[in-house]
Design a protein around this ligand. Structure first.
Ligand SMILES: C[S@@+](CC[C@H](N)C(=O)[O-])C[C@H]1O[C@@H](n2cnc3c(N)ncnc32)[C@H](O)[C@@H]1O
Length: 307
């Protein structure tokens, strides 16, 4: 008898395929995650039902360790674990930020802190978090110009706009970086290089959660709404789920509740927003295969061709 041609074997194959698509390999035993959990615990984080894992379709993400019901809290991260502009202003950078005129933007404050702490290495209080951050990103701004040239015309233009924006961000921040020289033994140019700032910009752009806008005199008027949320920022995006995510002023924690159900050992997703694939690629460096928000961009005046 020939094997693997019957109905039962087709069903078995389909089931296997479906489960291996979502089955991740638990990574919580890895030293970087053990260190991160210790660090989070010291900052009052209570272990969640999630574990870091690597998934075949989406890469690193978080896996449920128990089944999760609709409306259940999936993660609650205390304020002490969040990296915000408050963290930066309270740090050794605070005095330099307060002195600098015109005031640096909230984004520049966060990026400067990330670069500086990364440079501090073992001396950084944020080391366990910095260690799990990606070393490189896949947003268009990080692609080689030859690769950008291969993108469809409208996306290529957006990618070039993004590159120009980050280059301008770097150029306009260099005087501020120079003012930080007293803090470092090495030349600031070598610490706050374009590639270091690009890494920090992508870290904030692809991982930050949204906080209610705040305004501080020592920072420029741009919205101060970004916070880095260690561990919680390991959650990947799915356009098919809904979550409620916000900072809870009563518990002083950033909380995410799911409106979906999750089985044990499934990858748990959140939704970054109703983004089409162009937006996902530009902001986060990936596309979603079955994206209900996918759309086709057409040039202005296309409908005149049809008349
Ligand atoms: C907030 S982080 C999520 C955790 C990230 N995967 C990690 O390993 O640190 C956002 C980044 O995760 C990746 N990502 C998120 N959702 C994804 C998905 N559905 N498919 C592929 N990559 C995804 C993208 O690189 C995105 O910039």
């Amino acid at each position: 008898m020939q094997k693997g041609k019957g109905r039962t074997s087709r069903i078995r194959r389909r089931k296997l395929c479906r489960s291996s698509e979502s089955r991740g390999v638990n990574e919580s035993h890895k030293s970087e995650f053990i260190e991160l959990r210790k660090w989070l615990k010291a900052r009052k984080f209570q272990d969640s039902n999630l574990a870091p894992a690597c998934f075949p379709g989406t890469g690193r993400g978080l896996m449920s360790q128990t089944s999760l019901q609709e409306g259940q809290m999936i993660i609650s991260l205390p304020e002490s674990c969040l990296l915000t502009t408050d963290t930066v202003i309270r740090s050794y950078l605070g005095a330099y930020i307060t002195k600098w005129k015109p005031p640096p933007s909230p984004l520049l404050a966060l990026c400067t802190f990330l670069v500086s702490e990364k440079h501090a290495g073992h001396r950084s209080l944020w080391k366990p978090y910095l260690e799990i951050l990606p070393k490189a990103y896949t947003c268009p701004v990080c692609l080689e110009p030859e690769v950008v040239n291969l993108l469809p015309k409208s996306l290529k233009a957006k990618a070039e706009e993004q590159r120009a924006h980050v280059q301008e961000f770097f150029a306009s921040s260099r005087d501020f970086f120079s003012s930080l020289q007293p803090l470092f033994a090495e030349a600031v140019d070598s610490i706050f290089s374009y590639s270091a700032l690009l890494w920090a910009w992508c870290t904030v752009n692809t991982r930050a959660v949204y906080l209610r806008p705040r305004q501080r005199e020592c920072l420029s008027a741009e919205p101060d709404t970004c916070a880095l949320a260690p561990y919680l920022d390991l959650l990947n995006h799915s356009p098919h789920v809904q979550v409620k995510a916000a900072f809870n002023e009563e518990t002083h924690s950033y909380e995410i509740r799911t409106t979906s159900r999750w089985r044990k050992h499934e990858e748990v997703f959140i939704c970054y927003g109703p983004h089409d694939n162009q937006r996902l690629f530009l902001e986060y460096g990936f596309v979603s295969v079955h994206n209900p928000h996918a759309c086709v961009y057409v040039s202005r005046g296309w409908n005149q061709l049809c008349s």
